[in-house]
Design a protein around this ligand. Structure first.
Ligand SMILES: *Cc1c(COP(=O)(O)O)cnc(C)c1O
Length: 415
């Protein structure tokens, strides 16, 4: 069946025809038949160079042979035990060893689950009620973080989804990214804040990069106010390098959430942090958290193998950085937008200056982006279908891919 027909059927059986909203491309999304390296092959025939990479997890590309072999070997031993397996302490050792801010870790099955548990843990540890998030920051699809952006620092949060209780998100306050003063005045005014949860580099409306010393400043301010600092590194973990944003910027958060890359393409999440905080997690402590698929051997095998590969191929991050740098240099940035990149994360924003926060990114010309996105697809490049999603490269993107991508960018932007 063709993509258009599959989507017609899917729409009658699944809300919006999809399993996650961003995938509902109009008039219909292409359906993927198989994926390999940097390429997606559609059921309709066309093959695309993928710059979405499943929204972040696939840093080694699709169906990496080494990861595949490891998964196949694990299949021989079964794929779900409901008991501990030797993979857990091995993986925990790798992850805590790589992150300055993680003495202990708990494995879960998604990034959403990780941030949900980290927020509960922060409340359990501090005994305080409120959390602060960054406007436009994304931490998954659970109630506490589905708060309308732009409601202002001193007001209470307003639900961003039907079915989320106003009473509940009243405990979620927001401040703009890259605004130290807004955070400081909020914490002066409100003393019942358990934690600040932040993507150290905004990835879900970005990349939007931290200004000089911003992350250092929020570390100092949160510490001074006895507020836990949660780095949501679900995207940035092992994306910006080993040790994520906390290593890149030299910051030690109290709690860290991970996901995406650490599952090697299989479902996963993790949260961890300072020992005295993590010791409150059940069964060691009173903060409850549990999951049937937590620490499942298949995800852990894919994750361990991926992280080991990243450790063994240290030039990979430099190579990826060189590739986005070369892409940037090939573009004429004078005309209708700005190119932002950090390592293998990049984006063309249809606004004259690189945005510094949510308000600025909302000023971007989404109409132009839509036309550009479509033109890129016609040229064989699949970008995430939103002005507000980061593009990713993987180690599977060849120099030839990059030449094709650069040529398409130049061509499509000039039209
Ligand atoms: C993707 C993402 C999440 C949610 O992870 P899921 O695995 O999709 O639940 C949370 N935080 C950030 C920063 C993310 O990018």
């Amino acid at each position: 069946m063709k993509s258009s027909e599959l989507f017609e059927t899917a729409k009658t059986l699944m809300p919006g025809g999809v399993s996650s909203p961003v995938r509902a491309i109009r008039p219909y999304p292409f359906y993927t038949a198989h994926a390999s390296g940097s390429h997606l092959t559609t059921v309709d025939g066309p093959v695309f160079i993928d710059c979405c990479m499943a929204y972040g997890p696939l840093i080694l590309g699709h169906a990496h042979p080494h990861i595949r072999k490891a998964i196949e070997a694990q299949l021989e031993n079964g794929w779900l035990y409901g008991t501990p397996s030797p993979l857990e302490p091995a993986f925990a050792k790798m992850i805590t060893g790589d992150h300055a801010g993680m003495d202990m870790v708990r494995f879960v099955s998604s990034g959403s689950e990780a941030t949900m548990a980290a927020i509960r843990l922060a409340r359990g540890f501090t005994g305080k009620k409120d959390i602060v998030k960054i406007e436009g920051g994304f931490h998954g699809a659970h109630d506490a973080v589905l708060v309308k952006a732009g409601s202002g620092a001193t007001t209470m949060g307003v639900p961003d989804s039907a079915g989320v209780l106003a009473d509940l998100v009243a405990h979620t306050r927001q401040v703009p990214y890259n605004d130290v003063e807004a955070l400081e005045s909020l914490l002066m005014l409100h003393t019942d804040v358990a934690a600040l949860i932040i993507e150290p580099v905004l990835g879900n409306i970005g990349p939007i990069l931290p200004e000089d010393n911003y992350l250092q400043s929020i570390r100092e301010i949160t510490r001074a106010h006895d507020v836990l600092l949660i780095f949501d590194e679900v995207i940035t973990g092992y994306r910006l390098g080993i040790g994520g944003a906390q290593a890149m910027y030299g910051i030690k958060p109290d709690l860290t959430t991970l996901g995406k890359i650490i599952g090697g393409g299989l479902p996963i999440g993790a949260f961890g942090g300072r020992r005295e905080i993590m010791e409150l997690v059940a069964p060691q402590g009173p903060v409850y958290q549990a999951g049937t698929f937590s620490g499942n051997p298949l995800s852990l095998t894919a994750g361990i193998t991926t992280l080991q590969w990243l450790h063994d191929h240290r030039t990979l991050y430099r190579d990826l950085d060189e590739k986005t740098r070369a892409l940037e240099e090939s573009l004429d940035r004078a005309d209708n937008g700005s190119f932002v990149r950090l390592g293998s994360m990049f984006k063309w924003f249809f606004c004259s200056e690189p945005p510094k926060n949510y308000r600025e990114v909302k000023e971007c010309d989404t109409g132009s982006f839509g036309r550009f996105w479509k033109r890129m697809l016609d040229d064989g490049i699949f970008l995430p279908p939103s002005q507000f999603e980061t593009n990713f490269l993987s180690s599977a993107h060849s120099d030839k891919d990059l030449t094709t991508i650069a040529r398409a960018y130049t061509q499509c932007l000039s039209e």
